[in-house]
Design a protein around this ligand. Structure first.
Ligand code: NAD
Length: 434
């Protein structure tokens, strides 16, 4: 008689992933665990999803423009889920990047792709350095060397990077070029967020900010606000913040405050967004902008506005400042801007939180469009891209809102339920190899 193999395997040790130890990873796992329990998620599946499938740490030498100055830098690429297709996620250059942060962001990317229905798992990467201190030549050298360090991990069918904090279209062009030189032919589909001249999608640059604002009418309806009467403050005026401001302005909302690392500018009558973007293009920072009051960057959170868009860095809305926020709606443009504790406090005060994994999904959605266009070598018009983005974002919001109503939960929990459910189903039907 053969050995019976029907016994359910119960994990002896919970996967905790000490390798990824960091406040941000704990926040991401804490959120996941809370929702996994609520959903009654299979323990074995929960254990697999709590830790990334692949993670790589590299260290490499970086020569400054001053030839004798050589620094050892650390870089990371984490692929959270390889179950459902290639992995996808941005590369950030920032002074505080570590493995735990990148692992947390890769996990958020998995939920985000699943929520908007993209055939990707989540990934993220980064290099710990301050890009503001680099010359253009230095930025190019770091980008090319880091790309070489992770070249065996990335590819159009395996893992597709994109821009994030501190990186941009130019950085993606250098990554694409380095990869293409390595394989011996041009491979535009290896990264997204490239310049359109190189196979980048039209409207990718604006996609994240625009996508956030596509959700404003639905969020405003829940709080019985007219989006055209809404006042908006935006923390961060980089790629996401700038295009959120432009899109908000175009839809008739009044953007009264924006900030960057140099501080905040405020005009209760509404800022002139075009003048402001021209100023930043010429002067790099908001500092010195003549047509507004200047505040400390963090004071922006406490302004009497209807809508707050954190669009800079993580962990900015915390227990120590959440109670002073006056906004009725928070559209999370940045990844992980709100701690779990602050989220609880704001919801208790009925502030409508539209979570990052839904609100900023416009970027990866148009990155997906870019990848599809590159693979098919057939390019879409701006109208097509924008119309499809609007359709995906507004449908995802409705789906998440419906789950929130039927399960009697907040939008973040509902978004996680939607994201986790699909991924867990896919894992269960694929089974375990061997
Ligand atoms: P960016 O580098 O283009 O802009 C960042 C902005 O934040 C700049 O205005 C900078 O001055 C400001 N900033 C940086 N550090 C700060 C600090 N410590 N305090 C206050 N302000 C600070 O980056 P981005 O691409 O706009 O990304 C911003 C956020 O949005 C990040 O959390 C990123 O992960 C997230 N995000 C970006 C995309 C995308 O498509 N670029 C998509 C989804 C989510």
């Amino acid at each position: 008689m053969g050995v019976r193999m029907t016994k359910t395997l119960t994990p002896v040790v919970k996967a905790v992933g000490h390798e990824f130890d960091s406040p941000m990873y704990h926040e991401a796992v804490g959120q996941f665990d809370r929702v996994a329990r609520l959903m009654g998620l299979d323990d074995n599946v929960a254990d697999r999803l709590r830790v990334p499938q692949k993670s790589t740490t590299v260290s490499f030498p970086f020569r400054h423009d001053n030839y004798s100055e050589v620094e050892t830098l650390f870089g990371y690429r984490v692929q959270h889920l390889t179950t459902m297709g290639p992995t996808k996620g941005g590369i950030r250059f920032a002074p505080d990047v570590d493995l735990g942060e990148v692992a947390a962001l890769a996990m958020l990317m998995t939920w985000k792709c699943s929520i908007v229905g993209l055939p990707f798992g989540g990934a993220k990467g980064g290099v710990r350095l301050d890009p503001m201190q680099l010359s253009r030549a230095e930025l190019q050298r770091v980008t090319r060397r880091f790309t070489m360090e992770i070249i065996h991990l990335i590819g159009p069918d395996t893992d597709i990077p994109a821009p994030d904090l501190g990186t941009n279209e130019q950085v993606m062009a250098w990554m694409m070029d380095t990869y293409s030189q390595h394989v011996g032919h041009s491979v535009p589909a290896v990264v997204t967020g490239k310049p359109p001249s190189l196979g980048g999608s039209v409207a990718r640059r604006e996609a994240t900010g625009r996508g956030i604002m596509f959700l404003l009418p639905q969020a405003a309806a829940i709080r019985e606000l007219d989006p055209k009467d809404a006042t908006v403050a935006i923390h961060g005026f980089g790629n996401v913040g700038r295009y959120a401001a432009i899109a908000g302005n175009q839809m008739g909302a009044r953007v009264v405050a924006v900030s960057d690392i140099s501080g905040a500018v405020y005009n209760p009558d509404g800022l002139k967004i075009e003048t402001l973007t021209n100023w930043v293009d010429e002067n790099r920072f908001l500092e010195g902008y003549p047509d507004a009051d200047h505040l400390d960057g963090d004071e922006l959170f406490f302004l009497p506005v209807d809508v707050l868009v954190p669009a800079a860095v993580q962990n900015v809305i915390r227990a120590d400042n959440a109670d002073n926020i006056q906004a009725k709606i928070i559209l999370e443009g940045a990844n992980a801007p709100t701690t779990i504790e602050a989220d609880d406090m704001l919801r208790a005060r009925e502030v409508l939180m539209v979570p990052d994994i839904l609100a900023n999904a416009g970027g990866v959605t148009v990155s997906y469009f870019e990848w599809v266009q590159d693979v098919q070598k057939y390019f879409w018009t701006e109208n097509e891209v924008v119309a499809r983005l609007r359709e995906i974002m507004t449908r995802a919001f409705s789906d998440v809102h419906n789950i929130a109503l039927s399960e009697n939960v907040d939008l973040r929990t509902a978004a996680l339920i939607k994201g986790i459910r699909k991924v867990a189903d896919a894992k269960l039907v694929r089974g375990i190899f061997p």
